[in-house]
Design a protein around this ligand. Structure first.
Ligand SMILES: [Zn+2]
Length: 155
């Protein structure tokens, strides 16, 4: 008989579910719209309760690459936004960015970045003005060996 479940010492419960508040969702979409056709990016804040991340606030940061297919940001700006939010008791959850072309699946460059920050949750929005918005949440799992799509709800 094989054991079907086991525990590993020191392994924390991982986030499996993301709840995006309606206001945070609206803010993400308006940031994504305003940056189109370039990729938008920003930082997400909220609370993690057990295996659920609750995102209540998002803040835009500048895509320094000014690109339609890539993003990155000034690390000083990113840290500044996080430190200010910490003073308001908001927990850093991760990043969001847009894909003005294509699907909300992490690109190869995204995957490389995500490997550097395995506990972060990334939300990707695929957006063009004339098609439906597609949004997905992701996290690196299994000690960096896979990318997991998380259950995402707007509430
Ligand atoms: Zn991307």
């Amino acid at each position: 008989m094989f054991k079907t479940s086991y525990s590993v010492i020191g392994l924390q419960e991982k986030v499996r579910k993301v709840i995006l508040s309606k206001s945070a969702y609206k803010n993400i979409i308006s940031i994504v719209e305003s940056c189109y056709p370039k990729e938008a990016c920003g930082v997400m804040f909220g609370k993690i309760k057990e295996s659920t991340a609750i995102i209540t606030e998002v803040i835009k940061i500048k895509n320094v690459l000014e690109s339609s297919y890539r993003f990155w940001f000034d690390v000083i700006e990113w840290m500044d936004v996080i430190l200010k939010a910490k003073k308001r008791n908001l927990e850093y959850i991760g990043l969001f960015h847009s894909h003005p072309k294509g699907s909300p699946i992490p690109s190869l460059a995204d995957r490389h970045r995500m490997l550097e920050c395995p506990e972060e949750i990334w939300i990707i929005v695929s957006y063009t003005p004339d098609s439906a918005i597609n949004i997905a949440a992701w996290r690196i799992d299994d000690w960096g060996s896979s990318i997991t799509r998380l259950l995402l709800t707007v509430a």
